[in-house]
Design a protein around this ligand. Structure first.
Ligand code: XUL
Ligand code: CO
Length: 437
């Protein structure tokens, strides 16, 4: 029993249901383009916002009843684990994700940290086997403690770098033992507040060194999951080095890690970077580094990371289409790195938030299925690029011409291409018509 026990396991009841605690669209066994909804979405509940936070913001303390918060004892860490798994198993999302600091009792030294994490790991493993929950990813909190105020791997002090290495070793190994399918590095404070006190070149080199060490250790311990970097442009620092997918790709290339590390893209972080979510997803596939998703959104009128649950399927449909066209997320999933509003003090609000988010994703999935089955959007794109499949286009793309040879040929043939419609309005209508909810 926990504060989340008042709700019976959430079931699919269909679009006509008036039950707030039922799925209207998410029917895990429904087949979409040959795959079960559950297998496309790989839904994930995060630990930190829902169980390790009381809803504090910069203007006031926590408001949500989370009786285990505050004391940092093992007993409270145990109670938190039990409540979290109570919620997970009633909601029916198959995955969860956590930071080391979210789950464990407080520790003062690295030795205590190691012991406290191992202790709670035992309980988590037990709850996982009872509930059949799976771990999408583990990660280290390398940003809350004052020691990390100037970053972890990019800290001016190598001892902080070493402390972070010790913390990552613990949680990477725990993630491995718990069968985690990925390991995430969000560069919490890996960036700067002012360049006046920052050696950017040195910090980038140290950051690359850290990532190489993580990848090397992953192979050493036989962890088969994917290492993911989560881009974010700013907040808490003024500038974060992993600002967006393109910046992460450049960083991976520079360090020879582009085959080893992928990205965990967060909707809200894309918004903060001034980019569309679908841009980040499409770029990640184009670079070959698509990994996983944090599906929480921002508020279009506030410039910070509000971490809200998604509730508009049409916003997500273009990215979902890209994901379906690539056959899904592989080891990744859709993680609700989302939090309740501060006034949402009823434990049941957490169910409503997740159920709405999950139904929103299911709607976006069905919209993408409709768009793909209709085939018109794909045909529109194919026709636009048809010249590149014809012999002349192929020869250019394959590098058969030098600039001089191509220029001579263009002059000789007197080519004079005419503008054609990009058909943007038609493309938009072919998406909108499938978002019929
Ligand atoms: C912060 C954020 C993190 C990461 C995990 O904006 O998104 O919660 O997802 O460290
Ligand atoms: Co996130």
């Amino acid at each position: 029993m926990s504060i989340f026990s008042d709700v019976s396991p959430v079931k699919f009841e269909g679009p006509e249901s008036t039950n707030d605690f039922a799925y209207k669209v998410y029917d895990k066994n429904r087949t979409v383009l040959g795959k079960r909804m559950e297998d496309w979405l790989r839904l994930t509940v995060c630990y930190w916002h829902s169980f390790a936070s009381g809803g504090a913001d910069m203007f006031g303390g926590g408001t949500w009843p989370r009786p285990w918060l505050g004391s940092g004892t093992q007993e409270m860490a145990d109670a938190k684990t039990d409540a979290a798994f109570d919620f997970f198993s009633r909601l029916g999302a198959p995955y969860f994700a956590f930071h080391d600091a979210d789950v464990m009792a407080d520790a003062n030294t690295l030795e205590e940290h190691d012991a406290a994490l191992k202790k709670i790991e035992e309980r988590i493993a037990k709850r996982m086997s009872e509930t059949k929950m799976k771990l999408l990813w583990g990660t280290a909190n390398l940003f809350s403690h004052p020691r990390y105020a100037a970053g972890a791997a990019t800290n001016p002090n190598p001892e902080v770098f070493a402390f972070a290495a010790a913390q990552v070793r613990c949680i990477l190994e725990a993630t491995h033992r718990l069968g985690g399918e990925n390991y995430v590095l969000w560069g919490g404070r890996e960036g700067y507040d002012t360049l006046l006190n920052t050696d950017m070149k040195a910090e980038l080199e140290h950051f690359g060194r850290f990532l190489k060490m993580v990848v090397e250790h992953k192979h050493k311990i036989g962890f088969k999951g994917t290492i993911l970097i989560e881009p974010k442009p700013f907040e808490p620092t003024k500038h974060q080095y992993d600002r967006d997918v393109a910046a992460v790709y450049a960083f991976l290339l520079k360090n020879g890690l582009e085959k080893e590390v992928k990205v965990n893209i967060e909707v809200n972080h894309a918004t903060l970077a001034g980019l569309d979510f679908e841009h980040e997803v499409t770029a990640a596939y184009a670079y070959g580094i698509m990994g996983s998703l944090d599906i929480n959104r921002g508020d279009p009128r506030s410039g910070w990371d509000t971490d809200q649950f998604p509730n508009n399927a049409q916003d997500i449909a273009p990215a979902m289409l890209e994901i379906l066209n690539h056959g899904g997320l592989g080891t990744g999933g859709f993680n609700f790195d989302a939090k309740l509003r501060r006034q949402s003090v009823d434990p049941k609000d957490l169910y409503i938030a997740h159920i709405t988010g999950i139904d929103t994703l299911a709607r976006a999935l069905l919209a993408a299925e409709g768009i793909i089955k209709e085939k018109r959007l794909a045909a529109l794109k194919e026709e636009r690029y048809a010249g590149w499949s014809a012999p002349f286009g192929k020869e250019i793309a394959e590098g058969k011409y030098t600039l001089q040879a191509l220029a001579d040929l263009a002059v000789k043939k007197n080519i004079n291409p005419k503008p054609v419609s990009g058909k943007q309005e038609l493309a938009e209508s072919l998406v909108a018509k499938h978002c019929k909810f």
